[in-house]
Write a protein that binds this ligand. Structure first.
Ligand code: FEO
Ligand code: CA
Ligand code: CA
Ligand code: CA
Length: 627
């Protein structure tokens, strides 16, 4: 589990393998195995590059409550792409109106609100270009208090359309010139995908009764994606975006089924009010519409004409992200958390192997979905959500595999999966293949009528969250057994109560959410914690780096007030880090009469409003980030 090698960083961190190279390694290994040369994987050049543990080579940033981005000395954080900036799909794009006066049609050509996951795709495709590429990123949700000049005081079809246009995904082209990055406009690749962009439904659920609606009697196409939280990428160069709290957009008063209840539907949603002007969000009118959300959506950023695809074989839940890696034999493995209190950790293993062929594009349509069970003795098991298995039969109420995938939470209940403290992002160590999963917090654990603490979720209540990690049997991501431990329990080291101090070595933090490894094997942690109270001593949300060998965490960047830090993507050379600042100024819905009450970052326009934005972080000496 630990690296006992020397502590020199690798000579050239840019030589650590990309997903594509891992794919090639897996293919090579298969050929070796076919030739009867077992164990060849360990001897491949890609594995050898990782001798030596990574180190944190930057100076820690203290906690801060300032309305500013503070980054480690010797680094620069440039604001690259803000809510309302033109996406660049065409020349003459609409400019942002700081009074929120842009129309719905204009918003559909501009950056959406509340940037979340982000991935970098080099240009040209299949290169390791680190000075020109595409960024694909999520816009998780719209803050209607900031999106319209008078917030939600009046409500109209145009406002619903603008809210829907502020959701979804951006694909933008970016290039580096010296220390600066800029968005290329116009760009042949640039596009916005919104809550009404046409998409295809693929996999076992496509074409079934479960997803038929009056607008789509075939059950094969759907309009849009929303509440896109974390994401992922594939070795074939596509972006995976994940639909998290989709239930919160549906209103109306339907007869509430057990399945609706299990997915939080039928309680009126979170006040987006889409159902008032868009019939498909009225559950009484279209009870199947919510079955068309909660999926992983695959987008080809290199082809702006391609239609996004919902991959239903991966199951439906409040899906945080989709961390893809490759099994030893080349099968595709995707890890995901279901981010709600007491929900589960899942993984999908494809039936077929990645082989670098055009047919690989549909690998995510066939495979097995598993859910994790963490035993108290430090072992764990992946249990298959396979229709017909004990507990998952017709007699148990599951009509088909499609039915089971739509109600994955209920199938996982039947399998005795472990109820976790809000599983968010998953990251896989590039060398050890250890898997890390952030469990952001769960103040309800241990409350009356709620599950008590258990081995994998040891604090009740869990105020600061923790990160659990596991090692798959034989180091193979497709294995069905694993060994696990807790990497760190978040906390404030200044607290007297040991349960609130946590087990942090180094800089304290709470509510870990975004996780990503850089090519050197440093774990980057983005936080999404509260303000004040238990979090007062930790300052604003932040980005930290962790040495997984020593366990040390060090604060690299602090965001502006009331923001969440999220979306971690490195250019292939490791010399630029793109991160997203989400919802500066508010953790709820803003007051339109006081749009600058919580923050006025990044413009500080006295008549403007705070704007979520992508940061491009570079080192003054042009070096590798974090080293
Ligand atoms: Fe959208 Fe679970 O964070
Ligand atoms: Ca968020
Ligand atoms: Ca998140
Ligand atoms: Ca979160």
């Amino acid at each position: 589990m630990r690296d006992d090698g020397d502590r020199e960083p690798p000579a050239n961190p840019s030589d650590t393998p990309s997903l594509r190279e891992l794919a090639e390694l897996a293919l090579t290994r298969r050929r070796f195995l076919q030739a009867g040369v077992a164990g060849a994987f360990a001897a491949l050049p890609g594995a050898r590059l990782f001798a030596g543990a990574p180190a944190l080579g930057f100076q820690s940033v203290p906690p801060s409550a300032a309305d500013a981005v503070t980054v480690a000395p010797g680094y620069r954080a440039q604001v690259l792409y803000r809510w309302g900036d033109a996406v660049g799909a065409a020349a003459g794009a609409p400019t942002f109106r700081p009074d929120a006066g842009n129309s719905a049609a204009e918003q559909a050509l501009q950056a959406g609100m509340n940037h979340d996951a982000i991935e970098y795709f080099p240009l040209p495709r299949d290169s390791r270009a680190s000075a020109r590429g595409l960024l694909a990123m999520n816009h998780e949700y719209a803050d209607d208090g900031l999106l319209h000049p008078d917030g939600m005081k009046t409500w109209s079809a145009e406002k619903v359309r603008k809210s829907q246009a502020a959701h979804g995904v951006s694909v933008i082209e970016v290039e580096r010139a010296g220390a600066d990055w800029r968005v290329v406009r116009p760009s042949q690749y640039a596009r916005r995908i919104t809550a009404y962009t046409p998409m295809r439904i693929a996999g076992p659920v496509a074409g079934t009764d479960l997803v038929r609606t009056s607008a789509d009697p075939a059950g094969t196409t759907v309009l849009g994606t929303f509440n896109n939280c974390a994401g992922g990428r594939t070795p074939w160069g596509t972006y995976l975006t994940c639909e998290e709290n989709f239930h919160s957009y549906f209103g109306g008063k339907p007869p509430v089924t057990a399945a609706m209840q299990r997915y939080g539907l039928g309680r009126g949603g979170w006040g987006f009010r889409w159902e008032e002007h868009d019939r498909r969000f009225d559950l009484a009118a279209e009870p199947n519409e919510p079955n068309r959300f909660g999926w992983v959506v695959e987008i080809d950023p290199y082809d702006p004409r391609s239609m996004p695809v919902k991959r239903t074989a991966l199951g439906r839940f409040m899906r945080e992200g989709a961390m893809l890696t490759l099994a030893a034999d080349g099968r595709v493995v995707v890890y995901s958390g279901d981010d709600a209190p007491f929900e589960y950790v899942y993984k999908f293993v494809s039936r077929d192997r990645y082989a670098g062929r055009p047919a690989d594009r549909d690998l995510l349509d066939r495979g097995t979905l598993y859910v994790a069970r963490f035993a108290a003795d430090g072992t764990g098991e992946w249990r298959a959500l396979r229709h017909g298995d004990p507990g998952l039969t017709v007699a148990d109420g599951f009509a088909s595999q499609a039915d089971l995938l739509v109600r994955a939470r209920m199938a996982a209940d039947a399998l005795g999966a472990t109820r976790m403290d809000r599983p968010e992002w998953v990251a896989v160590h590039p060398r050890t293949r250890e898997v890390y999963c952030s469990l952001t917090n769960n103040p309800r654990r241990g409350a009356e009528g709620r599950p008590p603490a258990d081995a994998a979720n040891p604090r009740a209540p869990n105020i600061y969250g923790h990160i659990v990690r596991w090692r798959e049997a034989g180091g193979d991501p497709a294995a069905t057994r694993f060994a696990w431990d807790i990497f760190v329990q978040g906390g404030d080291p200044a607290q007297a109560d040991p349960a609130r101090r946590g087990t942090v070595k180094g800089d304290g933090f709470g509510s870990p959410d975004g996780l990503a490894f850089d090519a050197r094997g440093v774990l980057w942690i983005a936080t999404d914690g509260g303000t004040g109270g238990d979090y007062a001593g930790l300052g604003n949300n932040q980005l930290l780096a962790a040495d997984t060998v020593t366990g040390e965490t060090r604060r690299f960047l602090v965001g502006p007030r009331a923001c969440e830090m999220t979306g971690i993507a490195f250019a292939p050379d490791g010399r630029t880090l793109f991160v997203n600042v989400q919802h500066p100024g508010t953790q709820g819905r803003s007051d339109p009469d006081h749009p600058r009450a919580g923050s006025n970052w990044p413009d500080f326009d006295p008549a403007g409003r705070p704007r979520a934005a992508t940061l491009a972080i570079t080192k003054d000496d042009g070096g590798v980030i974090g080293r």
